[in-house]
Design a protein around this ligand. Structure first.
Ligand code: FAD
Length: 429
């Protein structure tokens, strides 16, 4: 059998590696000159920056992505982050910013720093949800817990975690999705940094695809998906038409639909599918990469920063892999969720992030290496977490993978791996 994969991002390459191992003749077509999408390294003055991801796998070397990579035969090393995360809180309990000093506490000690009543309530709520005694009905996470707990510290930490991990607020994610995420953290563990950065995973996937007889073509934009008699027949790339038995798209439901033959509009279920498409929105974010001469975070995990204006968290990736920076230098990547209605005021958002850095590292002068804004067709996530509605389309041999079709509770690339796993099951059926 033959398969075409549209887009050589992580999702497309994972799917292609699986299919090529299963015996499909696979061709991956990527519109850009470079392979890897939002999971590539950008080398700048000896620093390994990236087109998107912060070189971090949310569940480290025991999560869905690492397990999938190892099963495919990829030779990648993921350094576990110990501790998983620390939280920077103001020294004075009543302060709402870092100007009077701060301390970093392990995330597991977070509850200790809450009022006794709220600590108890958090435990009861978690138990109540898990034991199915309380069932929120389509309520967003913060709206839901705020009925029971009002606590500024919990609100800030929930937003900081959601902003860092999902590029949303805690009120842009459903309670169900948030608990699925927590469950996955318990099940798979905390994050890890990929040695060599994102690029090493991409390079390994390309190697596996090629060793299995597949091809990865750069500078080949798919302009149309050809549909004949309700089946995907192939794709058009400029004036060429290429035919295949199976098509997998790594560009999300909405963009796949944009290049689909208009025949799709005559297919059963079209109206329902179009309604679902309307519910999907890409999430936006801003990343600041900076260099420092001395380590500022003492570990390779996440530093959550709930008392800033904008920055949700950061990781000092060189604490796990020193080769991500030139000798003697340290590389830190800070992330801030960006509200969609602030994209037209992005300069102000950048200034707020830079002001945060001053408060977070008083007296130090980080060297700013790169500031990136991710939105629209190069977003943080092609669908807000929990909005994904699966890998299937209206066409039985056309599937979606990537961060527009993640598995439930899957943070970022872990969700992509869970989604690819689901897609492979659907394809096998
Ligand atoms: P993409 O990488 O976007 O791949 C799609 C590819 O399709 C692209 O290369 C595109 O050029 C190509 N394409 C588009 N249209 C066509 C066409 N018509 N024909 C051919 N090719 C086409 N995740 C983590 O797990 N950990 C992190 O630390 C992390 N941090 C992040 C920080 C930021 C700032 C951002 C933006 C993202 C982060 N993510 C992180 C998320 C992660 O980077 C993405 O989820 C992942 O890289 C998306 O992969 P994908 O394959 O779904 O899509």
């Amino acid at each position: 059998p033959t398969a075409i994969v549209i887009g050589a991002g992580l999702g497309g390459l994972l799917a292609a590696a699986h299919l090529s191992k299963k015996g499909y003749q696979v061709d991956v077509y990527e519109r850009l000159a470079l392979i890897g999408g939002r999971f590539m390294n950008i080398e700048y003055q000896g620093y390994q920056l990236s087109t998107g991801a912060l070189h971090m796998l949310p569940h480290g070397n025991s999560g869905p992505l690492a397990n999938m990579l190892f099963a495919l035969g990829a030779d990648v090393t993921v350094i576990p982050s110990i501790p998983m995360a620390t939280v920077r809180i103001p020294k004075n309990v009543n302060d709402t910013d870092y100007t009077n000093g701060f301390m970093d506490i392990p995330h597991v000690e977070f509850k200790k720093h809450l009022k006794a009543k709220n600590k108890l309530m958090m435990i009861l709520l978690t138990f109540g949800y898990k034991a199915r005694l309380i069932r929120p009905k389509n309520e967003k996470f913060k709206t839901w817990y705020s009925q029971y707990i009002q606590d500024d510290r919990i609100d800030r930490c929930a937003d900081s975690f959601a902003g860092w991990a999902l590029s949303t607020t805690a009120d842009e994610v459903s309670t169900e999705e948030m608990f699925a995420i927590f469950d996955n953290v318990y099940k798979y563990g905390g994050p890890g940094i990929v040695v060599g950065g994102c690029q090493s995973i991409i390079d390994e996937l390309v190697r596996i695809i090629r060793e299995n007889g597949g091809n990865v073509h750069a500078k080949k934009e798919v302009t149309k998906i050809i549909v004949n008699d309700g089946k995907a027949a192939g794709v058009a790339i400029g004036n060429d038409e290429i035919y295949a038995d199976l098509i997998v798209s790594d560009i999300g439901h909405a963009e796949t639909w944009e290049i689909c033959d208009p025949e799709m509009a005559t297919l059963p279920g079209y109206d329902v599918y179009m309604e679902k498409l309307k519910s999907i929105e890409p999430s936006a974010g801003l990343k600041i990469c900076f260099a420092i001469d001395e380590p500022m975070i003492t570990h390779g995990g996440v530093l959550l920063t709930p008392y800033t204006r904008r920055i949700n968290g950061m990781n000092e990736v060189t604490n796990a892999d020193p080769n991500l920076a030139p000798p003697g230098k340290h590389l830190v990547m800070a992330h801030q969720r960006t509200a969609l209605d602030r994209l037209d005021k992005i300069e102000e958002e950048i200034d707020l992030g830079l002001a945060d850095l001053k408060d977070l590292f008083p007296g130090k002068t980080p060297e700013i290496l790169m500031i990136q804004v991710h939105h629209g067709k190069w977003p943080v996530n092609r669908a807000f977490s929990g909005q994904d509605f699966g890998n299937k389309t209206l066409i039985s041999n056309l599937f979606i993978v990537g961060d527009g079709a993640k598995g439930q509770g899957g943070i970022e690339v872990e969700g992509i791996a869970l989604g690819v796993e689901n897609a492979m099951k659907d394809i096998a059926d």
